[in-house]
Write a protein that binds this ligand. Sequence first.
Ligand code: C2E
Ligand code: MG
Ligand code: MG
Length: 629
Amino acid sequence: MKNTRFYTLMFSVSAIYFAAMAFWLITDDWNLPDILFLAVSIGCFVIVSRRLIIRIHERADAEKQMERQLQTKDEVFSSLFDSMPMAISVVNRDGTFARTNPASYLITGYNPDNFTGKPFTDYVHEDYLDLTVDRFRRTLKGEVLTFDTVIRNKDGHKVELQVTSVPVADGESVSGIIAIYNDVTAKRRTEERIKHLAYYDDLTGLPNRRLFRELLTEQLYSRRSGSVYVLLLNIDRFKFVNSSLGQDFGDVLLLQLADRIHQSVGGKGVTARMEGDEFAVLYMDDSGETDPSGIANAIFAQLESPFSIQQYTLHITVSVGIAECGTAGDFDETEVLKNAGIALSKAKEKGKNHFELFKPEMNETYVKKFNLENDLRTAIQKEQFFLLYQPQFRIETGEMIGTEALIRWRHPERGVVSPGEFIPIAEETGLIVPLSEWVLREACRQNKAWQDQGFPAVPVSVNLSMRQFLQPNLTERIAEFLDETSLSPQYLELEITESMTMDVEFATAALMSLKRLGIRISIDDFGTGYSSLNYLKNFPVDKLKIDRSFVRDILEDPHNAAIVRTIITMAHHMKQTVIAEGVETQEQLGFLRRYACDEIQGYLMSPPVSEDKIRNLLQAWKETASGRV
Ligand code: C2E
Ligand code: MG
Ligand code: MG
C-alpha cells in the first residue's frame, strides 16, 4: 500500500516535470544536454509508470482474492446454518427474524422463510412473552443465556423450547442475537411424570408425604403474617374396613375420602396423603383469624353423609390432630408434623370423630406413652404380666358360675399397671396379638389346674382384642391352646365387643368357626357400641354382658333402667343369657333380680382377685356347697 502511494507520487512528480520540460523545449532552443536530460526524464517516467501500473494490477488482484475468500466464508456459514440439525434463528436488534434455518421446520411447522422480517413475539406463547422478551434484551446487552420458553406451532399447539441465545457482535455493538433452540416438550413431560411419581400419591393423585414436607418447609420459612395449621387425619377403624371388606374397597373409600377432605378445605389448603389411611392438610389463612376447630368441623361435616361403595353404605369418621406452625422459624417441619401426630394420637384416644389441637404439655404425655410402648415390648419378652380373676355369680342360686380373666402388668418401676393404660397401646402397635395369646394360654392353663386340683369346674372368660379377632388363624390358635392345656372347650368363653360384629359376614363366619370348637361366646360392654339387632339374632352368641355404665345409674337414670330392661328381655327372646357388669350395690342387684337378669359380676361380690383367692372361693363353695350371694 505504502509502495503504491510512493509510486503514484513519483508518477505525478514525473508527469509534472515532463510537462515542464516539454514546455521549456517548445519555447527554447534544443542542445545536447537538454536532449539528454529529457531522455532521462522520459526514462524515469516510463519506469515509474510501469511500476505504478503493476502495483495497481497487483492491488486489484489482491482485492479480488479477498472478495473471493469472503464469499467462501459466507457460503460456509450458510451451508452450516442450513444443514445444522438444531434449529437456529438470527434475530435483529428490533426483534424481527433475519434468518431461520430449515431445522426449525420440524419444531414450528412453518417454512423457515416465513419468519423473515416478522417479530419473534408473534410466535411466543402469551404466558412466556415477558420472560422471552427479557432474555432477548439481556442477550442484546451481551449475555449468553439458556432458558425455557413456549411457542405455538403452525397447528396452534404449545411447544416447549430450550433456547440458547448468543449476542451477534458487530465491532463494539451487538447487532442482534442468534437463538439456538430445541423441542423439549417430550423431555419435560417425562421429567414431570418422574416428578409426579416421586411427589404424588398413586392412588389419590394428591401430594405425598415428601411434597407435603417440602411445601410445609416453604411455608414455615417464608411466612410473616397470617396463620398456618397442619392437620393430620386418620380414618377411625380403617384397618377393620380394609381387612374385612377387602383392599379394593378400602382403596375406593380412600379415593372418595380424599375428595371430601379436599372439598372441605377449599382453596385455603393443600391436602396430601401421607400413607395408608393418614391424610394431611396444610391450611393457610392470610387473615390470621382461623379457628382451627372450624377447619376440623368442616371436615367432620363433609363426612356426615355416608359413603356408598359397591353394595355397602358406610359411615366413616376420622380423628384429627392439629398443630399450629407459629411464625417463621418457630418450628421446623419435623417438629410441626410430630406435634400434629401427638395431637392425633390424643384425638384417637378420645374415640372416633374427635380433633385435638396440639398443646406443649401433650409432649410429656407422648414421651410417657412412647416409653410405655418400649417397656411393653420388654414386658412381653420378660413375661411381666399376671392375671386376676373376677368371679361371676348366678343371681337366682348365688352359685359361682364363672370367672373373667383380667390382665395386669407388673411394671418394674411403676408397680401394677391396669389394662386401660396399656391395652390401647398394645392394640396400636400390634403387641396385642402376642399379649392376648399369652392371656389365653395362661387362662386355659390355670382353669385346667383348678379342675385338676379338684375344685368345681367353672368357665373362664377371656377378652378378645379386635386385632386378635381379625387374625385369620384365630380358631386354629385357640384349638392349639386348648389342646396344649387339655382344657375342655366348654370351659372357655370368649368376650367380643359389638364393634367386632360390624362386618356381619366376616363376624358370622369367624364366630361360627369358634363355636364349632365348642367354646362359648359373649358380647362384652353390650349397649355401648353399634350392633345390628337384625344380625344379632343370627350370631352364635351365648351371652350378653350389659356394660357397667348402664348398671351404675340404673336407679337414678330411668333411661338406663329402660335400656337394661330391654337388653334383658331381648336377650331372653333370643335364648341368650344376660350378665350385668359393675354391680356395686344391693339396690342394683335388687333391680337386676326384679327384671330377671341371669348373672352378675361386680365389686359387690368381689373385685378381680388373684388366682389363690379364686381358689379359696372355689374351695369355700366346694366345702359348703352353698357359695351363695
Ligand atoms: P371389661 O372386659 O369390661 O372388664 C371389666 C372391667 O370392669 C375390669 O376392669 C374390672 O376390674 C372392672 N370392674 C369389675 N367390677 C366392677 C365394679 O363393680 N365397678 C367398677 N367400676 N368396675 C368394675 P379392668 O380389669 O381394669 O379391665 C378393663 C378393661 O380392659 C376390660 O374391660 C377389658 O376390656 C380390658 N382387658 C382386661 N384384660 C384384658 C385382656 O386380657 N385382653 C384384652 N384384650 N382386654 C383386656
Ligand atoms: Mg370383659
Ligand atoms: Mg365389660
